[in-house]
Write a protein that binds this ligand. Structure first.
Ligand SMILES: [Zn+2]
Length: 266
């Protein structure tokens, strides 16, 4: 784990968070698998309602999460993610969507932004790259889901642009955290997928395969929007190398729960 991040341990559950983001007045964290109420093949701290888990267990996990990190669960919002680069501005009218109303109108959305205090933006991952953003000056928070498709569509850069357009954020004030996800070490794809990325992000492997660096690609696209390089932090935890600590789609296949990334303005 990169030294700018720190671990939060609550009973048998643990999270990592970016110190600079917490210090700037934001509730933030990336969950790990341990602890939690889910049982069976996806045992642990699962937040996906659509992965075969008991909905009561999932809800219990959300309650534990909100208590652990200190936000009001009734004001949390999750999207139905579908590997797009669509981003939604979230207001009080959206609170509870994706958790208390599992089927909400926030679908085909992979990024959430708000400037309202106390609204907790939550995105799910299991190898895909979770991105958290905050602007302490204008008081804006954002969370985005960047799998390879979202990364190729520059959802990170689009999130920064929308923070600027809608809420007047100066990119120079934005802090970004790139959370636990599949690393260059483990993200092996075929040529067709690799060619969505510039050559500097891919390493050729035998049998016409490539390893792709989604962390660097996201970092550079966020920086290209004007966020200073020193404000962009990569947690450097690969979910496959650490599949004992995280749900990993590539490792656990269909028996995969979802971890979350969350951010809220205090
Ligand atoms: Zn790895």
């Amino acid at each position: 784990m990169n030294g700018n991040f720190y671990e939060i341990q609550k009973s048998d559950r643990s999270y990592i968070a970016l110190k600079k983001m917490s210090d700037a007045g934001f509730v933030c964290g990336f969950s790990r698998r341990s602890g939690g109420a889910s049982r069976g093949k996806i045992e642990g701290f699962n937040f996906g309602f659509r992965v075969g888990d008991d909905p009561e267990s999932v809800l219990k996990n959300y309650r534990l999460l909100a208590d652990d990190l200190g936000f009001d669960l009734s004001r949390a919002v999750c999207a139905r993610q579908t590997h797009t680069s669509n981003i939604r501005i979230v207001t009080s009218a959206d609170c509870g969507k994706g958790i208390f109303q599992v089927d909400s109108d926030i679908r085909d959305i992979d990024g959430l932004i708000t400037n309202e205090k106390g609204i907790a933006l939550i995105i799910f991952t299991a190898d895909c790259v979770p991105l958290l953003f905050c602007d302490p000056v204008k008081g804006v928070a954002a969370a985005s889901h960047a799998g390879w498709r979202g990364t190729a569509q520059n959802i990170g850069g689009k999130t920064v642009r929308l923070m600027a357009e809608k809420f007047g954020s100066d990119p120079r004030n934005i802090i970004a955290a790139i959370g636990p996800s599949i690393g260059l070490c483990c993200f092996e794809v075929d040529r067709g997928t690799a060619e969505n990325f510039a050559e500097k992000y891919r390493i050729p492997k035998p049998n016409d395969k490539f390893h792709v660096d989604l962390w660097a690609a996201n970092r550079d696209m966020i920086a290209a929007e004007g966020v200073p390089a020193e404000n962009i932090y990569i947690s450097e935890e690969c979910t496959i190398c650490n599949s004992d600590k995280y749900y990993s789609y590539r490792t656990h296949k269909e028996h995969t729960g979802r971890q979350i990334a969350v951010i809220a303005i205090k």
